[in-house]
Ligand binder design. Structure first.
Ligand code: AMP
Length: 438
């Protein structure tokens, strides 16, 4: 395509402090959220005749942390095609050459709100269990592709008013370089599992801990384990759940074990005390049964020792969840991740720039004439929507307009465990526990 023709396809519009330069098919841009990588807008797509979300990645190759995350996200979003993982509708850059290359725009299905807003709501068992079921389906699908998230949190999970749910990101790369490069954002660690906090090895059910924390927060309307840093957070964990057994302590490395052993000992509380009846709808025999099932599920997910914690498959079979079980959702064929070195990649800024640029061109090439070639995920599948008639809907109060422009603290690819948390104790600002800035 010649340069003039290409230039005519784009226009620029100021959104907050940022300028979006987007294809003319995208009109009526409105900011709906922000994260580590930049601002997210809603827009109307004249080609698809529907609203979409557009995320601008500004100079995603600018440093290792941004580049690795942007590249990983782009590659994975292109491969993964599941109704509970956000689908990619389009990718473009307004720049015309590698030399000029600056920004990437990701166009995604537009959802109505993130889970922070849902946490404020009083949900009945039907909605709560359906949201959890979908989280577990999305997580299972990621696991099937070899992606263990490790950083699920309410701000990275989005919902629609029909109660459908999607996970927005792919969590932490296995290899994580230390980074304080995203300093304007406070990293949210409240949902990270003990094995992450304590710098232990982890397995797939590391993600179950986050689901437990999110479920608890939906029931309590308060963060379960808020902490200024990992040390403070670990205290909140053991105060409520009790000091872990000797068997668990033996799995820790020496310096962490010494630290953990020297904390005061806590007996913890029963799950009846932690999550009393008043927190659940329990106004009928049916709801009483559901409340006891919900509490039982919480008690199996919020287990410090991962070897004793419920697995994703077991959680999907739990009576509170399995009422929604649909094999087409739970057992969808796993995506094939073509880049086997995705997490190990280390590159210079220039190399990252080229890799990311190539991924954008590859998308443009494969979607010429509106058709995606040669990949399992497809625009068609992402566009076709995913609501189930028999599924519950969230309250209409979670409209697109309600998704406020929060200064979402976000994750960095990396975060030190308790081994090094002491050094940063008190250094990081705590996220606003009342707002949605999580
Ligand atoms: P992110 O940059 O992906 O962390 O997104 C930041 C925030 O933007 C999220 O917490 C959501 O509130 C909002 N957001 C991102 N993507 C979407 C989407 N596809 N639909 C609706 N809201 C979104």
């Amino acid at each position: 395509m010649n340069r003039n023709k290409r230039e005519k396809e784009y226009y620029s519009i100021d959104v907050g402090d940022s300028t979006f330069t987007v294809l003319k098919r995208y009109q009526n841009l409105r900011p709906i959220g922000s994260g580590a990588q930049g601002i997210v807008c809603s827009a109307y797509d004249h080609n698809l005749e529907r609203n979409v979300a557009i995320k601008k990645l500004s100079r995603p190759f600018q440093n290792q942390t941004h580049a690795k995350r942007a590249y990983r996200e782009l590659v994975l979003m292109k491969c993964v095609n599941h109704k509970n993982i956000i689908g990619l509708l389009n990718v473009f850059t307004p720049q015309k050459t590698l030399e000029e290359f600056q920004d990437v725009y990701l166009v995604m299905e537009l959802m109505d709100a993130n889970l922070c807003q849902v946490i404020q709501m009083e949900l009945d068992h039907e909605r709560l269990s359906y949201l959890l079921y979908q989280m577990l389906c999305g997580i299972k699908h990621l696991h099937a592709a070899g992606i263990i998230h490790r950083d699920l949190k309410p701000s990275n999970i989005v919902v629609k008013s029909d109660c459908t749910l999607k996970i927005l990101d792919f969590g932490l790369a296995r290899t994580a370089a230390t980074s304080l490069l995203m300093t304007p954002y406070v990293v949210t660690r409240y949902y990270r599992a003990p094995e992450v906090i304590l710098g232990m090895g982890y397995q797939a059910n590391v993600d179950i801990w986050a689901v437990g924390c999110i479920m608890a927060e939906m029931v309590r309307h308060k963060i379960l384990f808020p902490g200024r840093d990992y040390i403070d957070q670990w205290n909140k964990v053991i105060e409520q759940l009790g000091t872990p057994s000797q068997e668990f302590l033996l799995k820790l490395n020496q310096s962490v074990r010494t630290y953990v052993e020297n904390r005061p000992r806590y007996a913890g509380y029963s799950f009846e005390k932690l999550f009393p009846d008043v927190l659940f709808p329990a106004d009928s025999e049916h709801n009483k049964l559901k409340a006891s099932q919900a509490r039982d599920l919480l008690s199996k997910m919020l287990v410090i020792d991962a070897s004793k914690r419920i697995s994703v498959d077991e959680a999907l079979q739990h009576p509170y969840i399995n009422v929604w079980y649909d094999p087409t959702e739970v057992e969808a064929p796993p995506p094939v991740i073509t880049d086997k070195q995705l997490d190990e990649r280390e590159h210079t800024v220039e190399e990252w720039k080229e890799l990311i640029y190539k991924e954008v061109l590859d998308w443009e090439e494969r979607t010429k004439n509106g058709v995606i070639r040669g990949q399992p995920g497809s625009i068609g599948a992402a566009v076709s929507g995913s609501s189930h008639q028999h599924h519950p809907s969230t309250s209409s109060s979670t409209s697109t307009n309600d998704v406020s422009m929060s200064t979402d603290p976000m994750l960095t690819d990396t975060d030190s465990s308790l081994e090094t948390a002491g050094a940063s104790a008190g250094g990081a600002a705590a996220a606003d526990p009342l707002g949605c800035s999580r």
